[in-house]
Design a protein around this ligand. Structure first.
Ligand code: HEM
Length: 536
């Protein structure tokens, strides 16, 4: 295995001497790869490599692969570069770190590959009122990690239905878990600090950037593995658990050493939360609850140490619901993996509670007032879904525009066909509309109290969720059409699009289905605006 340190400088003539099966070297973009051993395991076949042995194979390589392949295989196969310097290849070069202060008058330097609409506009040197240099620094830090450690492996992990636990620990060590709670950065429960942002500066825009950049790996399964259970299961504990429980539970959770999930949905109660039936009956001595019931589609359940569970402690309807922190070590907690059409590495789980004895100290918030706790979770949960769905739409668009520049049909590139440009434009206009509204909403949450945001933004965020998931569905479909057969087989150039297409429903249904969201948009906005003075 070669490392970046041991790269050597070669000339084209040196490479030409290795043009046989016994010693098979090729050049891609000025870098030299030794494929002598790899040729037998090359998924595209051995013969095709022999044809370019000893030569510059850049054109052929880019015809059949996307950039992630080089990132994944370079450490193993790259032995040098053409010319003098043994600099890291472009695909592995660390992201430039422009650190200019932004004001509404001065945009940041361009970042990323500048594909039109391929990144949020403030990455591409457009003016924005929202961001400062700490956002730039975090963006660069996260992107570097995602591009080197996550994106090249996302497909493999999804097929295996498992992300190495080390990656989750790394989320903790980097302070990303602590920064993903929809609240201030909780320095009171952890000594971990993010590398690029002072904890007191950390705001909802940082969390937005963190989620958006991780979503760029193009796998809902991966991002739900890392943030799916935690991002909705941990905030109620942070906000409403007793000080003793917080002290005992939070340090391990924030460090990524322990895992948590949120259990609300049941086989018979999804968006209709007020009708859940999992029961929690108090023992006669008043010291415990005995919990019985089933929870379904629980993200991360199979790996969870803690379960934030909605239970019925009182009368029917929303005023009889409470939240309990149930622990894996308590007898009677059982989990089994569910088979779903997508999100494979997210660990979708069926959880059963059978006579689980839970100390009353594990109550989160007040008895029978769990519905309020659940309500305070919604904006954060939905904004997370929106951020991810919109970046996935962008990934579909970005993959498509790149592919459209290399694939030729009827004698010209796809991008030269007006029908393909129209498809790309229809994707881009939806993505940009969603992103701009999303930035505005997150900016509001930075400025409003949580209570105010819950009341005033609930309707708009519900509408934005519907818009984001409809956009995702649209973009996944259009990208699949552009990729043709490549989006129907798993892996390879259309791999991200194939996977994302299967993940669309995981965004349009949970966290409030599109139908419920659209209705809520109007119901809640009308109610709030009547209070604010709308004459209707
Ligand atoms: C560093 C060198 C190379 C590596 C690491 C590599 C790796 C791979 C991998 C992992 C795949 C599976 C599909 C995917 O995940 O994209 C693949 C497919 C393929 N490769 Fe390569 N490859 C290399 C060079 C080349 C070259 C130079 C050619 C052509 C001369 C080539 C032609 C193909 C073809 C035709 C496929 C099948 C594409 C399809 O299924 O549509 N590869 N390669």
């Amino acid at each position: 295995m070669s490392t970046q340190q041991s790269l050597q400088a070669f000339s084209a003539e040196d490479v030409a001497k290795h043009g046989s099966e016994e010693s098979l070297w090729i050049i891609i973009d000025g870098n030299v790869y030794d494929l002598s051993s790899f040729q037998n395991e090359h998924p595209g076949g051995k013969k095709i490599l022999k044809r370019v042995a000893g030569k510059d194979a850049s054109k052929m390589f880019w015809k059949y692969h996307s950039a992630g392949i080089l990132k994944k295989y370079s450490p193993k196969l790259q032995i040098g570069t053409i010319g003098s310097a043994a600099a890291p290849p472009p695909a592995l070069a660390p992201a430039p770190a422009p650190q200019k202060q932004s004001t509404a008058k001065e945009p940041f330097e361009a970042y990323g590959d500048m594909i039109p609409f391929g990144d949020p506009s403030w990455y591409q040197s457009y003016y924005s009122p929202y961001y400062n240099e700490s956002h730039v620094a975090l963006r660069n830090e996260v992107r570097e990690w995602v591009e080197s450690a996550l994106e090249p492996n996302a497909g493999e992990w999804d097929e295996k239905k498992e992300v190495p636990p080390e990656i989750y620990h790394e989320m903790g060590r980097r302070g990303y878990l602590a920064g993903a709670l929809g609240v201030h950065y909780p320095t009171e429960y952890t000594d971990i600090r993010p590398a690029s942002v002072a904890p007191e500066q950390w705001d909802h825009l940082h969390e937005f950037i963190l989620t958006d950049e991780i979503a760029r790996a193009g796998s809902g399964g991966l991002i739900w593995n890392l943030l799916g259970g935690y991002g909705i299961g941990a905030p109620p504990v942070v906000k409403f658990a007793t000080p003793e429980v917080k002290k005992r539970v939070l340090p391990g959770l924030l460090a990524g050493e322990k895992r948590i999930c949120l259990c609300i949905t049941e086989p018979d109660a999804g968006s209709d939360v007020a009708n859940l039936t999992t029961s929690a009956k108090k023992t006669e001595d008043g010291k415990h609850y005995i919990v019985n019931g089933e929870k379904k589609w629980i993200t991360n359940g199979i790996w969870a140490d803690y379960f934030t569970v909605a239970v019925r402690t009182g009368k029917p309807g929303m005023n009889g619901v409470s939240l309990l922190l149930i622990e894996k070590t308590m007898p009677g907690v059982n989990v089994r993996r569910m088979d779903c059409s997508g999100m494979w590495s997210s660990g979708t789980t069926y959880v059963t509670f059978e006579d689980v004895k839970v100390p009353v100290e594990n109550l989160i918030g007040k008895e029978d007032q769990g519905f309020k706790v659940i309500m305070t979770n919604f904006n954060h949960e939905r904004l997370g879904i929106i951020i991810q769905a919109n970046r996935f739409s962008r990934v579909c668009y970005e993959e498509s525009i790149k592919y459209a520049h290399k694939r030729k049909t009827f004698g010209k590139r796809l991008i030269d066909h007006p029908v393909i440009r129209t498809k790309l434009a229809n994707m881009a206009i939806r993505i940009e509309a969603t992103h701009n509204w999303l930035e505005n909403m997150i900016f509001q949450t930075c400025s409003m109290s949580e209570q105010e945001a819950m009341l005033r933004l609930g309707g708009a965020i519900a509408g934005l969720k519907a818009q984001a998931t409809q956009t995702f569905e649209y973009c996944a479909r259009e990208a699949a059409q552009i990729f043709g057969g490549l989006s129907y087989s798993r892996g390879g150039q259309g791999g991200k699009v194939e996977r994302l297409y299967r993940e669309v429903r995981a965004y349009a249904i949970p966290g409030g289905s599109e139908e419920i969201m659209l209705d809520l948009t109007m119901r809640q906005s009308i109610r709030v605006h009547q209070v604010l003075g709308a004459k209707l």
